[in-house]
Design a protein around this ligand. Structure first.
Ligand code: PLP
Length: 387
């Protein structure tokens, strides 16, 4: 049996919608991208949704719209993909790293408050809804991550590359803080090949991000093409970027979006099977058990091999590979990456939970096309390796 780590599910109307775009003669940003934005607003409940060409672009635009600039400091968890930290550098600002909670892989209110107390000059915070776990942003007691940022006058951006669709306290991830950034990269919970989206309830952030995603031009291309008179005329208000989402990609996204809930439910089934079968394995720690399974996006299923186990993480990966099972690692922490370590001197000792996760983590296959017999093979193999 060969079980890849990840597999794209294009079993819906992807081909049909892409064909329509190809036949329409207009491939770049227009009605399909706008339609994807409209569907997003309807589902998430946010006021503004801006489709772009990646989550990295979305994060860059969101930070810029929050006014982050040269020599500002931005808090970022160390347990994340490099994109979360690199966008801070795009603006000449500096990332300040936070540890995460070992139970969830996410930043907690206590961790955030500590970091803000340690450095009162922090301008903005990026949190990551790790693996699809929805961080509590707001609550009645005003002790959520967004409540804290608001009280402290600090800007807040969510990296929700894993968290579509996910909910907390009845609200979709995408409504809290200043902006939320989603990814439609090929292996994410929905894909457009490459793509991303900014969700926000702030009209000023939406206006700035909308301007900057296409060269800083005061009207978008589709506007210029369709409006009568002066199609050639435009002004540039800022040196913007080239971050728009082509309709060709949005067409794939629309087909994916139609199956967003079905695909999430299929991943939840995988997660529930893994949780029920692997919880009793003494050498493993698992994530994502303290919220309702319906609220989790289940983008990743990381397991952590405990320190002192007979089998190392690397050897588990090798053994699973020899049994035909693909895995991945999320993540080699930012504080261990050469550029960041050399520039900022980040020390491993400051991120104990991140270190423990990094040293033991293996992400198991989890996707809508994964069959029950394949899940059983994965579980059996993991148990055998750790026995
Ligand atoms: C995938 C990912 C990104 C980057 O997404 P792109 O769409 O590839 O730019 C950013 N942050 C996290 C946590 C990710 O997993």
């Amino acid at each position: 049996m060969e079980i890849p780590y990840s597999k794209v599910d294009c079993s819906g109307k992807e081909l049909e919608y892409v064909k329509e775009v190809l036949e329409s003669g207009w491939l770049t940003t227009a009605s399909r991208a706008q339609e994807l934005e409209r569907r997003f607003r309807d589902l998430i409940g946010c006021k503004h949704a801006l489709a772009v060409n990646s989550c990295t672009s979305a994060l860059h635009l969101a930070l810029d719209a929050c006014g982050v600039t040269t020599n500002d400091k931005v808090l970022v968890p160390s347990l994340t993909f490099t994109a979360t930290a690199e966008v801070v550098r795009y603006l000449g600002a500096d990332p300040v790293l936070m540890d995460v909670d070992y139970e969830t892989g996410c930043v907690t209110p206590d961790i955030l408050i500590d970091a803000l107390n340690t450095d009162p000059t922090i301008k903005a915070v990026i949190v990551v809804h790790f693996a699809g776990y929805p961080i509590e942003m707001n609550n009645a007691e005003r002790t959520g991550i967004a409540d804290i940022c608001k009280r402290r006058g600090v800007r807040l951006i969510s990296d929700a590359a894993h968290a579509l669709p996910a909910r907390r306290n009845g609200e979709y991830v995408g409504n809290a803080g200043d902006a939320t950034c989603f990814s439609f990269y090929a292996n994410k919970t929905m894909t457009t090949g490459e793509g991303g989206l900014i969700a926000t309830n702030d009209a000023e952030i939406a206006a700035r991000a909308s301007l900057m995603r296409l060269h800083g031009i005061d009207r978008d291309v589709w506007d210029r093409f369709t409006k009568k008179g002066g199609a050639w005329e435009y002004d540039v208000l800022a040196p913007g970027f080239k971050y728009n989402m082509p309709d060709l990609n949005a067409a794939v996204g629309l087909a994916q979006f139609e199956r967003l809930d079905d695909m999430r439910a299929a991943r939840q089934k995988c997660a529930e099977y893994y949780l029920s079968e692997l919880s009793s394995v003494v050498d493993l720690d698992l994530f994502g058990r303290n919220i309702s399974a319906e609220d989790h996006a289940w983008h990743l299923f990381p397991i952590v091999v405990r320190p002192g186990s007979n089998v190392s993480r690397n050897s588990l990966i090798d053994q699973l590979k020899s049994l035909g099972i693909g895995t991945s690692v999320h993540y080699k922490p930012i504080h261990r990456l050469s550029y960041y370590r050399e520039r900022y001197g980040f020390a491993e000792a400051n991120y104990p939970s991140t270190e423990r996760i990094w040293k033991g983590c293996v992400s198991l296959p989890i996707y809508s096309g994964l069959l029950q017999i394949e899940l059983e093979h994965v579980v059996r193999s993991v148990k055998k390796c750790l026995a």
